[in-house]
Design a protein around this ligand. Structure first.
Ligand SMILES: Nc1ncnc2c1ncn2[C@@H]1O[C@H](COP(=O)(O)OP(=O)(O)OP(=O)(O)O)[C@@H](O)[C@H]1O
Length: 391
């Protein structure tokens, strides 16, 4: 993982240096051309055409300085990420909140409040944040507590004026399955994005065992959440390596990989391939079928063993045999985990512990399949529309 990051950094740095080189060459060209244009203008000052050449060269020079500034900004950004001096906004938020509520009294915080040097403030903040990270023991909370979306509003940063979620509240009971259904565009995938913390709520909060998710480091949170979706991301390496990728920072034995593959109904098809677990899967797993790719993703999730599971349309677009194999693997994966399933086909979610119907950025109906049918509301009409043969 670290080697990949290093390689990425090297590539980025080389690109920035290349950009610098290009920009410098371009500046030199622009300057030379500008001076030659000036000379031309001087010697043929009566000709308008030469004036327009001169104006173009000056414009070129201005653009070049713009490019140079962007290249410097990119270098600075890369360096700030690598030197770890970036502020984790989520943690900064919780720190700020605790301080405002004066819940935390210790001398480190007082130090922080003092008007000391920026460096001192930063180091105090970092120390406080690492205490928070350590104390919070995310995994323990995720294994034992409910996840609650509390009165959540959300707008995507690119369209801040459009509210996608409006006062949405939902409780995912620890160790149970919640199915999220609703019309297209209602906000189901947006809820997944917030639970995975790709975005933070604009208002309201998401908690695990009562703790605001923003108090946890995002990478720690990523360890306790598994997402399996319709198009799993596979890398152009072997099947075994793709499964082991679940734990990129840890040593994973071949036995563990095989155990996960067996539980995911993937072992049989893997050993029937020419090089078994060493078979390369091709670019984005292109040498495997859709159902096989999903079972590899499920094996990966089993190996990761995260207490929170999100299944986004996981069994759609599969033929009946593949769907049965994948569904069995999923049933295995869901056991004992706090699971949120998004499915368009209502037949796949009727056994969930609770079904939440998301409509217009809110949870409009909540209950079991039978309860919601009896209610004769939106869920019942969705079921009706799909003309499914429920008991
Ligand atoms: N990254 C994004 N930036 C801006 N708007 C987005 C983004 N992703 C989704 N949206 C908008 O948010 C709204 C809700 O989308 P979302 O994907 O959450 O709905 P959904 O219920 O999952 O729909 P579907 O069932 O069709 O997948 C839509 O209007 C969509 O256009």
């Amino acid at each position: 993982m670290f080697m990949n990051l290093l390689a990425l950094y090297k590539r980025s740095t080389v690109n920035v240096f290349k950009a610098h080189g290009l920009v410098q060459a371009s500046i030199a060209d622009s300057v030379t051309e500008s001076f030659s244009a000036i000379r031309t203008v001087r010697s043929f000052s009566g000709e308008k055409r030469q004036m327009s050449v001169f104006a173009r060269q000056v414009q070129g020079l201005v653009n070049t300085f713009g490019d140079l500034r962007a290249a410097f900004a990119a270098t600075e950004r890369i360096n700030s990420v690598l030197s770890d001096s970036e502020i984790d906004e989520a943690l900064a938020y919780s720190l700020d909140k605790d301080m405002k509520q004066k819940k935390v009294h210790d001398e480190t915080l007082e130090l922080y409040l003092e008007s000391g040097s920026n460096e001192k403030k930063q180091s105090t903040k970092t120390r406080y944040m690492s205490t928070l990270k350590f104390d919070s023991s995310v995994r323990n909370l995720a294994e034992t507590g409910d996840i609650c979306l509390e009165d959540v509003d959300f707008s995507y940063p690119v369209r801040p004026d459009v509210e996608i979620l409006r006062g949405l509240s939902l409780n995912l009971k620890c160790g149970t399955v919640t199915a999220l259904v609703g019309p297209s565009g209602a906000g189901k995938s947006t809820i997944v994005q917030l639970l995975a913390r790709f975005y933070e709520p604009t208002r309201g909060r998401i908690t695990v065992a009562g703790e605001d998710l923003r108090t946890f480091d995002k990478s720690e949170w990523a360890r306790v959440v598994s997402i399996v979706n319709q198009e799993p991301v596979l890398f152009s390496v072997s099947v075994g390596e793709n499964i082991a990728y679940a734990l990129p920072d840890e040593y994973v034995s071949k036995d563990d990989v095989i155990k996960a593959a067996k539980a995911a109904n993937a072992h049989e098809f893997i050993i029937s391939m020419p090089q078994g677990y060493d078979t390369l899967v091709g670019e984005r797993g292109g040498l495997l079928s859709g159902g096989q790719r999903q079972r590899i993703a499920i094996a990966r999730a089993l190996l990761k063993n995260a207490p929170i599971l999100i299944l986004d349309e996981a069994t759609s677009a599969l033929d009946t045999v593949s769907e049965r194999l994948v569904q069995e693997a999923l049933d295995h994966l869901m056991k004992g985990r706090t699971t949120l399933v998004i499915a368009h086909r209502l037949s796949t979610v009727q056994n969930a512990d609770q079904i939440a119907l998301c409509s217009d950025g809110k949870i409009a109906e909540l209950g079991t399949h039978l309860e919601l049918l009896e209610r004769k509301g939106q869920y019942a009409s969705l079921v009706d529309t799909q003309r499914l043969a429920f008991e």
